[in-house]
Design a protein around this ligand. Structure first.
Ligand code: ZN
Length: 205
């Protein structure tokens, strides 16, 4: 299983980090070893002083496909979850400046929180491009978004990614984060909702 993460897929978020909104999707990978399941706490790694949360809608791939045409893209997913793309922002900044890959900042153990529960679009009763989601820290909403604000829609992402790599059953696409990213601190309690359903519950240590 691989995790494909989309960078800068919400206009306001691209701007808040001083980036131009991209002209085509940009993505990077997280390995399966980065997945943090819900029963575990998130431990801030000792080599970073600035780990950021990024809440993202997660799309689960349900069958193998490569070079998927846009008109068929919606056949490759159905279940939607919620995740957090934890990012060691201080480390990422250095890597970006050096022109190096981002893996150290994005792919460490625990860096991909994935909800236990996934809902089918039928269960949600919504179009994939009309999903509300949010993240709260210690009970205060810090990020909220709607998938209608994506720069590149889910079907376009699937078409784009599958030009370069085969998508396999169970692969996860983290579809990008809306504005409002910020730092986590030891002792924080993070919760996240998708269409009103409680999806995430993480203690930071
Ligand atoms: Zn992200």
């Amino acid at each position: 299983m691989k995790i494909i993460c989309i960078g800068r897929n919400y206009h306001e978020h691209a701007l808040e980090l001083g980036n131009e909104p991209p002209k085509e999707p940009m993505f990077f990978l997280k390995p399966d070893s980065s997945v943090l399941h819900q029963r575990h706490a998130f431990y801030i790694p000792d080599w970073s002083k600035e780990v950021h949360y990024e809440v993202e809608v997660v799309v689960k791939i349900k069958k193998l496909g490569k070079a998927i045409q846009l008109k068929f893209a919606s056949r490759y997913y159905d279940e939607i979850g919620l995740g957090i793309d934890f990012t060691a922002r201080d480390v990422q900044k250095k890597l970006k400046e050096a022109g190096h890959p981002w893996e150290k900042a994005k792919s460490f153990d625990g860096a991909a929180v994935v909800s236990d529960k996934f809902y089918s679009l039928e269960d949600l009763g919504k179009n994939v491009q009309d999903l509300n989601f949010d993240l709260s820290i210690n009970g205060v909403v810090v990020q909220s978004g709607n998938t209608s604000d994506m720069l590149f829609q889910v079907d376009e992402l699937i078409t784009y990614i599958s030009k370069f790599m085969t998508l396999k059953t169970g692969d996860l696409i983290f579809t990008g984060t809306p504005a409002g990213v910020g730092m986590v601190n030891a002792g924080d309690h993070i919760t996240g909702k998708l269409e009103g359903f409680q999806m995430l519950n993480v203690n930071v240590k």
